[in-house]
Design a protein around this ligand. Structure first.
Ligand code: 5RP
Length: 262
């Protein structure tokens, strides 16, 4: 396996590498889902294997749990661990207040439970995901399969009262079948283009009986690490109001590919 990374993978990798600096020996760490979070899991695996770091991971999806085990990160359940020191996860969109849209990978429910059960949430992303107003990325909403069409109709009706630019919704598919989350639920993607009041929308969505959770992560993220293809990162801390720029050394990434077949 070549250690030569594409610019986008380099951006994800440096964001992940910088984010794992926040992980300390003995910590209980929430492990996000998605391609950026996968880099973070690989970086954590390297810390466990090479430096003997002791951590307990709680995965936000079955695929993250599988990757964590492959790279040597011990995985436990949230019910066993109960509370986490830190969660590191990706995002589909973030704004200047570090409010997020998540769920592009369909893991929003476990991601929100895990992030909310953490002292700190760190998001890893690249600059293409920054928006002035949330909503360009379709908002994922997890619904139970029973009566999903009624839930969809109720959501569409409710959107009429909200400051959004688009009101169409679609059932997420995988191989021409409804996509199923780890909990066996469906995902409706809401094509809103702009969300004027995310707080109100999030509350209203979660009051519709068939809705399990929505992909708006509001006032949950503490720090964002934005990676760039040239190996630089920007670290924004919303609580301290600080913004720092750093260059990350990419010396040898071969050890990070233990989970990837040649
Ligand atoms: C999964 C998520 C992911 O964090 C989000 O989709 C970003 O993924 P990627 O890092 O692959 O762009 O919310 O449910």
């Amino acid at each position: 396996m070549s250690a030569e990374l594409s610019p986008i993978d380099k951006a994800k990798f440096v964001a992940a590498k910088r984010a794992v600096d926040y992980v300390e020996d003995g910590m209980r760490v929430g492990l996000g889902t998605g391609s950026t979070a996968a880099w973070m899991v690989r970086c954590l695996g390297e810390l466990v294997r090479e430096e003997g770091m002791k951590i307990t991971g709680v995965a936000t999806s079955s695929r993250t749990a599988e990757l964590a085990r492959q790279v040597g990160v011990p995985v436990s359940t949230l019910d066993d661990v109960k509370w986490l020191d830190l969660t590191i996860d990706g995002a589909d969109e973030y704004d200047s207040r570090l409010n997020l849209i998540k769920g592009g990978g369909g893991a929003l429910l476990m991601e929100k439970i895990v992030a909310t059960a953490s002292d700190q949430m760190i998001v890893i992303a690249d600059p293409t995901k920054q928006v002035e107003t949330l909503g360009a990325f379709p908002l994922p909403v997890e619904v139970i399969p029973f009566g999903w069409q009624t839930s969809k109709a109720l959501i569409e009706e409710m959107l009429g009262n909200f400051d959004v630019l688009g009101r169409t919704t679609s059932l997420r598919l995988a191989n021409d079948q409804p996509f199923r989350t780890d909990e066996g639920n469906f995902i409706l993607d809401l094509h809103l283009r702009k969300i004027g009041n995310p707080q109100q929308l999030s509350l209203a969505l979660n009051q519709i009986p068939g809705v399990v959770e929505n992909g708006l992560f509001l006032d949950i993220c503490d720090i964002i690490v934005i990676g760039n293809g040239d190996g630089s990162v920007e670290v924004r801390d919303i609580n301290n109001g600080t913004v720092e720029h750093e260059q990350i050394d990419i010396i040898d990434t071969d050890n990070l590919f233990v989970d990837i077949a040649d």
